[in-house]
Design a protein around this ligand. Structure first.
Ligand code: DON
Length: 318
């Protein structure tokens, strides 16, 4: 999978994105089921594009930290595949769910095996595997999170990246649905740790605070077959990198994945903090942030910005 390589006039591309999104800034609905997220200013907008060789282009609030939320599921998936390999796929599927991110309905019919690692149930199961890979229990959860954080800091080349513990606490305080998903999977024997241990790691990785510039930089390995193009560090194998991008394309936006693939044509992942990560194979990564969401939990203005970006760059995997 790779995209065309037309020369992009970034000055012009960013100006077009800015005029396309300006009339819409503030639209959509800020997530309020996690109280700490409801307090975010809906008028924020930032975008960063990271290219091979450290080149970076940015717009608006690209240096302001936001809550990564479900975008973190991509990095957790990468680290889990690195740690336990394809065994993960015995307990988590690779199919789109066509259902909301926190839905429980398919889990009963499908014997506690979540459809994919990007819906909440699948991400909780994936995180559970990761916690086990680090020895299990609360201690395993702490070690897994410490390693994930270290990976982020290395990839983004910024040691200041941290977990927002207020957001993590807020998620945990209101996390009945995620607890239900965890216990439901446990009832089918698809949890290897106490549900609370897996969730404590899950809530923390969702609560990573990161800026568009840091996120675009950290994800660059996904655009270059699993290897960071600047440092040469192989984060995951080429085969697994392609697999992650395939899952992002088919499930990265839950019941909005088909429309996103049709309109944007790039693997992407949304988060209810209003961030979206998109990957243009062999070209670079795009991180965009604007807190107002559509009904599937994807940033409305972020999605508009990506629509204009692919128009300006010609980037598409198709
Ligand atoms: O578990 C949750 O509900 C949140 N921590 C993450 C959900 C999310 O970001 C959905 N994506 N758009």
């Amino acid at each position: 999978m790779s995209v065309e390589n037309p020369a992009v006039d970034w000055g012009q591309a960013l100006a077009s994105i800015e005029s396309a999104v300006n009339p819409h800034i503030g639209s959509g609905k800020v997530a309020d089921y996690i109280p700490a997220l409801a307090r975010v200013d809906p008028n924020k907008f930032g975008l960063a594009v990271a290219l091979d060789g450290g080149e970076m282009h940015a717009l608006g609030d690209a240096d302001e930290s936001f809550s990564m939320q479900s975008i973190s599921k991509i990095f957790t998936l990468a680290l889990t595949l690195k740690q336990i390999g394809d065994d993960l796929w015995e307990r988590v599927g690779q199919e789109p769910s066509g259902s909301p991110f926190n839905s429980i309905v398919q889990l009963e019919v499908e014997q506690g095996i979540p459809r994919n690692p990007l819906i909440n149930a699948g991400a909780i199961a994936t995180t559970d595997s990761l916690v086990s890979a680090y020895g299990g229990g609360e201690a395993g959860a702490d070690k897994a999170i410490a390693d994930l954080l270290q990976l982020f800091r290395r990839l983004s080349q910024d040691d200041s990246i941290a977990i927002d513990l207020n957001v993590a606490r807020s998620e945990s305080d209101t996390g009945s649905r995620n607890r239900a998903l965890g216990h439901f999977m446990a009832s089918f024997g698809n949890m290897t740790n106490p549900v609370e241990a897996a969730l404590s790691a899950y809530f923390r990785h969702c609560s990573l605070a990161i800026s568009c510039r840091q996120l675009a930089r950290a994800a660059l390995f996904l655009a270059f077959d699993g290897t960071d193009p600047e440092t040469g560090e192989q984060i995951i194998t080429k085969r697994r990198c392609r697999g992650i991008l395939a899952v992002m394309m088919s499930s990265g936006h839950y019941d909005n994945s088909g429309e996103f693939a049709y309109r944007i044509g790039l693997p992407g992942k949304s988060g209810v903090g209003g961030g979206i990560l998109a990957v243009a194979p062999d070209q670079g990564t795009i991180a965009v942030w604007s807190p107002g969401l559509n009904q599937a939990g994807t940033s409305m203005v972020g999605s508009l910005a990506l629509g204009e970006l692919v128009k300006q760059t010609g980037w598409s995997v198709f």
